[in-house]
Design a binder for this molecule. Structure first.
Ligand code: SAH
Length: 235
């Protein structure tokens, strides 16, 4: 399905060395993604080379940017068809990954793909701003999210899940600086502190940025607010 040599060399170019077995797992995952995508819409990216660069290698940028301790708890907010949750799990099966999404059919795909890969993941069907008020609040070492909302809104979805001392990593395209400038209030209000922005240039000159926010103190109980308030009055 995918060109495994391209995957191995593009991953190596960002400092991620995949085993042959992991390359096989990425190939299987890509095949399942494309097959299932024919039945219902999971992703607009269907070309195998684009899957390699824009989905797989893109998600692997988390590893050179963040040091995930053995067995760390990670929540992926708005995982969709499993990005970045499944690439994280393939590369680091020791991580305890939870993937949350409000769309059940996408989670059904993630569930069956992860089981075919022989891996295990915790799935939550629901909205981030509702689960962020429940038992999972302040319980993860890391929250990650890609292509879900603007950074100020994402902070309200994601930071409440992260323990003090943990990190929230927002995976963005080329306009991360602008978004960050508009998110200072949201970061501070939710107990975060901007740490750094890591820039990556993928194959074909595609620019990606990881915005890394530390959880400095617990999020005030008022947050996350109900969905309507978040969209009406974003922080
Ligand atoms: N992270 C994936 C999917 C991006 S599409 C990727 O990078 O490919 C955005 C996803 O976020 C959709 O699957 C949508 O259902 C989910 N989503 C958007 N807002 C959400 C919310 N408030 N709570 C939970 N999931 C949400």
């Amino acid at each position: 399905m995918i060109d495994k040599k391209k995957l191995l060399s593009q991953a190596a170019a960002i400092g991620v060395n995949l085993s042959d077995n992991q390359a096989e797992q990425f190939d299987l995952f890509s095949r399942l993604l494309v097959e299932t995508n024919e039945k219902f819409n999971l992703t607009a990216i269907k070309d195998p080379d684009e899957i390699v660069t824009k989905h797989l290698v893109d998600c692997l940028t988390l590893f050179p940017a963040v040091d995930f301790p053995e067995g760390a708890g990670v929540i992926d907010i708005g995982t969709g068809a499993g990005f970045p949750a499944v690439p994280l799990l393939i590369y680091r099966p020791d991580l305890k990954i939870t993937a949350l999404d409000s769309t059940g059919k996408k989670l059904n795909f993630v569930e069956s793909a992860v089981s075919e890969l022989g891996l295990s993941i915790n799935l939550i069907h629901g909205r981030a701003e509702e689960y962020g008020r429940g038992d999972l609040r302040e319980s993860f070492d890391f929250a990650v999210s890609r292509a879900v909302a603007s950074l100020n809104v994402l902070c309200e979805y994601c930071l409440p899940f992260v323990k003090a001392g943990g990190k929230f990593i927002s995976m963005k395209g080329s306009k991360a600086d602008e978004e960050l400038a508009l998110s200072r209030t949201a970061v501070r209000t939710l107990g975060g502190r901007f740490a750094e922005c890591r820039e990556f240039t993928l194959a074909d000159g595609i620019e990606r940025n990881l915005v890394i926010i530390e959880k400095a103190s617990p999020s005030p109980p008022k947050y996350p607010r109900p969905s309507a308030q978040i969209s009406r009055k974003p922080l």
